[in-house]
Design a binder for this molecule. Structure first.
Ligand SMILES: *[C@@H]1O[C@H](CO)[C@@H](O)[C@H](O)[C@H]1NC(C)=O
Ligand SMILES: *[C@@H]1O[C@H](CO)[C@@H](O)[C@H](O)[C@H]1NC(C)=O
Length: 438
């Protein structure tokens, strides 16, 4: 009897905590997950026989590949769009950060590319008549008790752009993505539980998350990656799906290029940055291109001079997956001229196949000028670590390149800043931080 009342008491206590949680605490407090730079020794893609120089060169190449796809996705070149498959915004192997996800019930662990430049979450699924080779087994939907494919007429299916879905043989929703380099993934749009190991050793999982179960994936994919997690702004991205559960906000803090530290991707209350010196700028979205987070870049000051940017050239995508900062050619040229003038070490300039302005000898950039980026309402002061990339023992290069496509604010410029995205208040905030001490 005693035991029974104790038991009932405990149950009541338990129920009342549950009610508390649902009634007063609609948003979970927030959580963080580890984000690993692909070239970090913690990464499954880490290649210990590559030199620092090789890593930097391939990162630069990936940036250029990425801007090409941004350009393709923002143009509407019908010739590039095949009858059934639509050019989409992802080249799968070019992101810079990786994360682990847990999918299904019971959950299976998979590495995937974390990408602020795309939306859909997808993994390779069995059966797979055409899959790229992957080191771990394919996700088997028949082994997950919570897996459910979406029907062709479902609301989630309609969230895919019109030309990226069609009805399958059993009236299921088929998604179709063709990448800029002709890679592709095709499969069933489905829901299942997707979870993460949090940085404090706990786990969180989100039932009924929408993802692509890829049964036909071909092209330039990395065999250590089972898929991709889209962190963009479109309706099917992880961020949009977690939505109100994370207060529609997330943040990250990227440590220097070769730091042996994981980065944290923070959600909900943990995403809030409260440091001194926070500045914020409006986040702009383009209905024709809902994936990207655009900012408004009004000018760049180098030394004492400011490059003013024309109204029509002010949109710039902020992206954690692109290494370099890419500026529209007319802006880039003015900035480069001012940087050269301020450094005044023309005799040390050397040619480089990937990067535009390189100097031999670290001392030659000792006079790194005052460099300020003027986003609308937010001035950000960049130091030499944001501006120059050490590409070998005696060569440093400006971490910026010209582009004919959209400008991109890349990840080197974001190193050692807390960067917070607030989707409700439509703003991106920055505060200087030491990202190795997170
Ligand atoms: C690792 O890097 C070396 C040197 O660049 C290269 O030859 C080798 O193919 C790479 N290995 C893998 C698995 O990518
Ligand atoms: C940013 O810098 C510009 C140019 O120096 C200045 O005119 C402007 O007031 C600054 N804006 C803010 C929000 O500090």
């Amino acid at each position: 009897m005693h035991n029974l009342s104790l038991f009932v008491g405990l149950v009541l206590m338990y129920l009342s905590t549950l009610c508390n949680v649902t009634a007063t605490n609609k948003l979970p407090k927030g959580f963080s997950i580890d984000l690993i730079h692909r070239d970090s020794p913690l990464s499954p893609l880490y290649n210990s026989s590559m030199t620092h120089w090789e890593r930097v060169q391939s990162a630069a190449l990936r940036s250029v590949g990425r801007v090409n796809r941004f350009r393709q996705s923002s143009s509407n070149n019908a010739a590039e769009i095949s009858e059934q498959l639509t050019q989409t915004d992802i080249i799968p192997d070019d992101g810079s950060y990786l994360m682990k996800i847990f999918i299904g019930s019971p959950p299976v662990e998979r590495w995937s590319v974390a990408d602020t430049g795309s939306d859909l979450i997808w993994v390779q699924c069995s059966p797979c008549p055409q899959c790229y080779h992957q080191d771990v087994s394919l996700f088997d939907p028949t082994k997950s008790s919570t897996y459910k494919s979406e029907s062709c007429g479902s609301r989630n299916c309609a969230l895919l752009p019109q030309r990226q879905h069609k009805c399958g043989k059993s009236n299921q929703c088929l998604y179709l993505y063709l990448y800029g380099d002709q890679s592709k993934t095709v499969g069933d749009l489905a829901t299942d539980s997707i979870g993460f190991g949090t940085s404090d050793g706990q786990s969180v999982s989100f039932p009924k998350s929408v993802f692509g179960c890829g049964h036909n994936n071909l092209g330039k994919f990395n065999r250590r990656m089972a898929g991709l997690v889209g962190l963009g702004n479109g309706p099917l991205s992880l961020i949009s799906q977690l939505g109100n559960q994370i207060g529609r906000q997330f943040s990250y803090c990227l440590p220097p290029f070769n730091a042996k530290a994981a980065t944290k991707l923070r959600f909900g209350e943990e995403a809030k940055i409260s440091a001194n010196g926070v500045v914020s700028t409006p986040m702009i979205t383009n209905p024709n291109n809902p994936t990207f987070y655009f900012l408004n870049l009004e000018g760049i000051t180098v030394g004492q001079q400011t490059v003013q940017i024309d109204e029509r050239d002010r949109n710039i995508i902020i992206d954690s997956g692109t290494t370099l900062t890419l500026l529209r050619s007319s802006i880039y040229e003015q900035v480069e001229t001012l940087v050269k003038k301020a450094i005044g070490a023309d005799q040390w300039i050397v040619k480089n196949p990937q990067l535009n302005l390189c100097y031999t000898n670290f001392n030659s950039i000792k006079n790194v000028p005052n460099f300020e980026v003027h986003f609308k309402g937010a001035n950000i002061s960049l130091k030499s670590q944001h501006l120059f990339l050490l590409v070998s023992n005696d060569v440093v290069c400006l971490a910026m390149s010209p582009t004919d496509g959209d400008s991109i604010y890349g990840n080197i410029a974001q190193i050692d800043f807390d960067v917070e995205y607030d989707l409700d208040q439509r703003k991106v905030s920055f505060a200087p931080a030491d990202c190795t001490k997170q």
